[in-house]
Design a binder for this molecule. Structure first.
Ligand code: PLP
Length: 388
């Protein structure tokens, strides 16, 4: 009998590309397609590619309620985070060297901060409360006259907990401090209206909402006033901030996936909310579980749970042929290091070593969730039997 494909419940690490998006991307690749360099506007083929990029830029700008020329296409959120932190720090270093972030950021923010520390910057790493939440007031308290910027994520990739971004944005606007938000787990899934919320820089990644890997953007408000330094020098694409031939198929795929996500946002949110609550209720009726992170302030796309006395490694291994889940971020799995995010929340011992992340998408059915829960319960019983 052929081995059946496991149910994929790891959408926080990546999602499959929407089929319509795939076909759209294909039309920008082959010899029959719109493959010309979008900077080669001397000829018609280049102009067509440039116009596809312009349309994509407009679509992305419309979604985030910003201007087209505030969008800098990148290879994803890792690059966008690097650009925001290093680009601003290096441009403004003469003015002050203090940056505020948190201990639960993605590695692409934390490692930039570590690099900046080696360059002489001072970084404050805020710790969340035990529910994974960072109070706006705690941000206010660490601000200094020389604070250059604050970088915080919108939705945590391990727990789904969402920070009070609008309240923090207000405080920082009043203080005149730049605000960067890593919205990789939020973009497309939640409305992020930059006209309403005064965020200066926003990082977006296409592959978290059924777009291609290797595509995303950094949105920089009032770019001309920021004088940010580029990470990549060359032909001057993307307003001199990110050189390199624009990847038309990636950018079109990104914008199409975003358009689809925005059009179905409410419907998808309602669907995954139902799935998450159903999952929790089903599992709770059979097993003692701990939910890690504040469920009231969390994305319905992500949940993080610990099963009493069951290690996440044992559970994930028992489930290899049935469901695909992880014990945290994709970058750190494969090692037995427990999650630094949960650690920062003060989670220890069994709950720390037993934490698994389960993440949903619009493609999942209630039937699949029922199957997944049944598989988890059976796996827990097998592990318990083995250890007796
Ligand atoms: C996935 C993710 C990133 C990295 O995005 P890439 O496009 O894969 O580089 C950054 N931050 C968060 C919160 C993420 O979930």
């Amino acid at each position: 009998m052929p081995i059946k494909t496991p149910i994929y419940l790891d959408t926080a690490s990546t999602t499959p590309v929407d089929s319509f998006v795939v076909s759209k991307m294909m039309s920008f690749l082959g010899v029959e397609g719109c493959y010309a360099n979008p900077s080669s506007t001397a000829h018609r083929l280049g102009q067509e590619a440039a116009s596809a990029i312009a349309v994509a830029r407009k679509t992305v700008a419309a979604e985030f309620r910003c201007k087209s020329d505030e969008i800098i296409f990148t290879s994803g959120a890792t690059e966008a985070n690097n650009m925001a932190l290093l680009g601003i720090a290096r441009a403004y270093s003469s003015r002050g060297g203090h940056i505020v972030t948190s201990a639960i950021e993605h590695k692409s923010v934390l490692e930039c901060c570590h690099a900046l520390e080696r360059e002489g910057f001072e970084i404050t790493y805020l710790t969340p409360n035990s529910a994974g939440w960072i109070d706006a007031e705690s941000v206010k308290q660490v601000l200094r006259p020389d604070t250059l910027m604050v970088s915080l994520m919108h939705t945590n990739n391990e727990t789904g907990v969402q920070q009070p971004i609008p309240a923090i944005a207000e405080i920082l606007t009043e203080a005149g401090i730049l605000f960067h938000v890593d919205a990789a787990q939020a973009a497309g899934k939640f409305l992020l209206d930059l006209d309403e919320i005064p965020i200066d820089m926003l990082s977006v990644s296409a592959h978290k909402f059924h777009g291609p890997k290797g595509a995303g953007c950094l949105i920089v408000r009032n770019r001309r006033r920021l004088h940010m330094k580029p990470l990549i020098y060359g032909g001057g694409q993307e307003f001199n901030l990110r050189s390199g031939t624009l990847a038309t198929h990636q950018i079109v795929g990104f914008s199409e996936a975003l358009r689809i996500a925005a059009n179905n946002r409410e419907h998808d949110l309602a669907h995954v909310t139902k799935l998450k609550l159903f999952f929790l209720a089903q599992l709770r009726s059979k097993l003692p579980i701990q939910v890690n992170g504040d469920i009231e302030h969390s994305s319905p796309y992500i949940m993080n749970i610990s099963l009493a006395g069951i290690s996440s490694d044992a559970l994930i291994n028992q489930l290899l042929n049935e469901i695909a889940i992880s014990s945290g971020s994709a970058c750190s799995s494969g090692t037995i290091e427990p999650s630094y995010v949960l650690r920062a929340m003060g989670i220890e011992g069994d709950a720390l070593y037993g934490a698994v992340r389960i993440s949903f998408s619009r493609h999942h059915s209630v039937n699949e969730i029922t199957q997944a829960v049944t598989s988890i319960i059976a796996a827990v019983y097998r592990i318990q039997a083995l250890s007796e």
